[in-house]
Write a protein that binds this ligand. Sequence first.
Ligand SMILES: *Cc1c(COP(=O)(O)O)cnc(C)c1O
Length: 385
Amino acid sequence: MRDATEQGGVFIIQFRDLNRQYHSFKNELDTAVFTCLERGDFISGAAVGELESRLAEYCGVKHCVTCANGTDALVIALRAWDIGPGDAVFVPDFTFFASAECVGIVGATPIFVDVDEESFNLSPKHLQKAIDTVRTAGKLKPRVVIPVDLFGLPANYREIEKIAQEEGLLLLEDAAQGFGGRLDGRVAGSFGQCATTSFFPAKPLGCYGDGGAIFTNDDELAGIIRSLRVHGKGDSKYDNVRIGYNSRLDTLQAEVLKVKLAHFPAELEAVNWVAEQYDSQLKGLKTPVVPQGFYSSWAQYTLRFESKVQRDGVKMALAKAGIPTNIYYEKTMGQMEAFKFTARQQAGRSVTAEKLAQTVLSLPVHPYLREEEINCVVKNVFETL
Ligand SMILES: *Cc1c(COP(=O)(O)O)cnc(C)c1O
């Protein structure tokens, strides 16, 4: 077996290589950061407003409100709609914890819905079943669905939008991993009445710390969100009309994001090229499925294996060869200790989500992965099978 770190020190495969990205446009990033330091402008500076306009334009949405992180973005969106105790919020059972955590934070009840095996995303069929179950039980009021654009692939909004509309549910898109993705010409961050994203460094569009944003076309909602972001401010910061948060995006992070956003379209092309190489070289394995009309921003490139034993074996063998992999995610939301004593509901067992938790493995993927590195990963995957 070939060691990825050998090669005379020519390359070291990183799961997501932020260092290569930094060095690709180091001068621009350094200038942006040092200019900000010289200005002494750290909170809510002009750069934040500029970034918000550019992000809103990128998504084709009227308002973008940045905030401290992607979890706050979800919480603030739910708070702005006054979601709380007695409300049912439908979330995929297979996602990062924050997608469901936000529901618990506002005191509402998350309803964990099974996902589609090939897209990893919320299953419209199971969503409809879950809504019916909650309505029949009659205890909770179905209010919101939070589809997640998992691993970079937009959720199935063609179906989910229809269901949300028919059932009178608000739709909140969690695009923390999906920023840059597209569906039928529409851009992630523009689905639903409200959408959120995260700028955590390893996300498709990341900063150098924590950051997040909320998108909406609704003027009134945007006003409430802007208020909640800064201590529930009224006309001024010292006139408070509701209980809010301290959840601003740092000016330094806005400067970094302005630079990175300019390079983002090229990065999306590059990472899609990487995914295409994997797809063609890993033929015969269960590679990620991107259905017709969908475009992924490849937050992760995730394989499915036949069994947990096989998945764990591949992971271990790749680790020995110096190739980093990750299991996103080892547990479903319903299996989380955190929800054991928290109000939550499972609309039946999530057979698919539980199977995925046992069999998925994410390979290194980022816009700066080189051909010889891709070949090395592929070779090592096949050698272990
Ligand atoms: C990362 C992530 C979040 C939370 O974002 P943070 O900025 O880390 O708070 C929410 N949802 C999903 C799907 C994520 O991957």
